[in-house]
Ligand binder design. Structure first.
Ligand SMILES: [Zn+2]
Length: 176
């Protein structure tokens, strides 16, 4: 197994398969984070976000599954993580994992009372987004992802070319 395969192997173990299948079949619903994902409290990148409070934060975190398409975000009215059931089911597991790291970083920002949707900034210019992307990119590099692969991760259909270049530059990733 090379480094990336090992990382993948470790990541797949973080998804609680049977409960997750049951939860996803239920469609839109609210669940505890720890019922959907396991051992995130043992992931170094997560422990660096919450420190000693990691287990406590994760065991109190709620996940709202939505049938709407999209990826995931933190609901700033209640701090819940909102996840598209379809993305969780069909998304590339490395992308999903990096998104979870990104969103957990937002959970921390939310706990600090920061405005996750500060309208003074566009999406890619918002400081909370840049920080969360930088953190996810750092984890992607640790996993052994190349800049090319990280670019694929950063490029989503709802981000235009100019914003994509801005974001890649802001997180120090070289994209073609
Ligand atoms: Zn974000």
């Amino acid at each position: 197994m090379d480094r990336l395969e090992y990382a993948m192997f470790r990541i797949l173990r973080l998804f609680r398969k049977t409960p997750l299948n049951r939860i996803l079949r239920a469609g839109a619903s609210t669940h505890m984070f720890t019922d959907c994902f396991k051992d995130f409290d043992k992931v170094a990148a997560v422990r660096r976000i919450f420190g000693d409070k990691t287990t406590e934060v994760l065991s109190n975190l709620k996940v709202d599954f939505t049938l709407f398409s999209g990826y995931m975000y933190v609901d700033s009215s209640n701090g819940h993580l909102v996840v598209s059931s379809r993305y969780l089911k069909t998304g590339d597991k490395i992308d999903v994992y990096l998104d979870l790291i990104h969103e957990l970083f937002h959970v921390k920002q939310f706990m600090e009372g920061r405005d996750l949707f500060d309208p003074r900034y566009s999406y890619v210019e918002r400081p909370t987004e840049i920080e969360a992307y930088r953190y996810a990119v750092q984890e992607a590099r640790r996993l052994g992802l190349t800049d090319k692969r990280i670019c694929e991760y950063l490029k989503t259909e709802w981000i235009n070319d100019r914003d994509f270049k801005f974001l890649a530059n802001a997180v120090n990733v070289t994209c073609p």
